[in-house]
Ligand binder design. Structure first.
Ligand code: PEP
Ligand code: MN
Length: 350
């Protein structure tokens, strides 16, 4: 932490700040120039609020030198983290393509979608079973029955499964079934949920909140990492802006920004980012070109009949065309699409 004194600060004021830094258990590095006096506070500063020094007489600016998200930050972990999913890793050279319906609706719907997205080159299957709907009267998801159907689809295709968890009371149930716990945008700052997921060792896809900054997303990731679960992937899914021609606004900038700030893999959701199926492939291509480590895309065999998010869901043929395009962009970027290795059975992947 760096404490910059005002130009007219008295030696007594500087002494008082130094004493307070020492009292906080930190070491002092004093730099006294002609124009400014800077007090470096060295040690475990993360739990010490800036306000402790900001209000002291003679203090001009107090700044942290290290990021407040120390586990998520690249500062102390410069190399990329790879998140193992059974069969492949997310991050590094490989690009994960997670695809499937917004909601699991029926056995035939999820099995048909799983087979189609696998055939098209997807590396994981998504499907919501607990749905965060704006209206309490909308379809809320099939719950455990939906998890059973996802598990059956995994057995048929070998695709690892991704499903959203909405509450910490669902942790035990969800980890029994899924390979990746999705934390939805609306729960990005549900800190009790994040802590509970931090206690598991199941991979997590943490989506950015509707109006959350990049730093807030990283602070939420920190909650999970602090619990000892380091299998965290971040997801840009569009943010709220003044623009109404799309459902959300894809913050493409967030991809290279996150890649520079954190070692965690970054996934782009072009479906919720745009809200319209006709824009999904364009934004998926942009995301991979911008350096994303993967995509999560909504696919439905009959989008017009989908119980949720049909308007942004791709038909399997459109998804297959999109995968071909992003595969080519991946190649230009010196990467390739991940493929699931091995066969899945009741005992796991062989
Ligand atoms: C979803 O993935 O279906 C979903 C609800 O996403 P988000 O939390 O990004 O709105
Ligand atoms: Mn959805």
């Amino acid at each position: 932490m760096m404490i910059i004194m005002k130009a007219n600060a008295t030696p007594q004021q500087t002494e008082a700040v130094i004493a307070s830094v020492k009292e906080a258990g930190l070491n002092v590095h004093l730099s006294q120039g002609v124009e400014a006096t800077i007090i470096g506070a060295i040690g475990e500063t993360h739990s010490i609020p800036l306000e402790r020094f900001e209000g002291m007489d003679g203090v001009d600016i107090v700044q942290r030198i290290t990021k407040p998200y120390k586990l998520a930050s690249r500062q102390f972990h410069p190399e990329d983290s790879l998140v193992p999913l059974d069969g492949f890793h997310v991050g590094g050279d490989e690009i994960a393509v997670i695809a499937g319906p917004c909601s699991v609706e029926s056995r035939s719907q999820i099995i048909e979608t799983a087979l189609a997205v696998k055939e098209a080159g997807a590396s994981a299957l998504r499907g919501g079973v607990f749905k965060p709907r704006t209206s309490p009267y909308s379809f809320q998801g099939l719950g455990e029955e939906g998890l059973e159907l996802l598990a059956e689809a995994r057995e048929k295709t070998g695709l690892p499964i991704v499903a959203e968890i909405m509450s910490q009371v669902q942790v035990d149930l969800m980890v029994k079934y899924v390979d990746v716990l999705q934390v939805g945008a609306r729960n990005m700052q549900n800190f009790n949920l994040l802590r509970a997921i931090g206690e598991t060792r199941t991979a997590v896809l943490l989506k950015r909140g509707l109006s959350a900054s990049v730093e807030e997303l990283l602070m939420s990731a920190e909650y999970i990492l602090a619990g000892g679960n380091n299998r965290v992937m971040l997801c840009e899914r569009g943010i709220r802006t003044f623009e109404t021609s799309t459902r959300n606004t894809t913050d493409i900038n967030a991809i290279p920004v996150l890649k520079s700030l954190t070692h965690l893999p970054v996934i782009l959701d072009p479906s919720h980012s745009t809200g319209y199926s006709e824009f999904v492939a364009a934004i998926a291509r942009a995301g991979i070109a911008a350096g994303a480590d993967g995509l999560i895309v909504e696919v439905h065999p009959d989008p017009a009949k989908a119980v949720s998010d049909g308007r942004q869901s791709l038909k399997p043929e459109a998804f297959a065309a999109m995968v071909k395009q992003v595969g080519q962009i991946a190649q230009i970027m010196g990467r390739k699409l991940a493929t699931v290795q091995g066969e899945y059975s009741k005992n796991g992947w062989a």
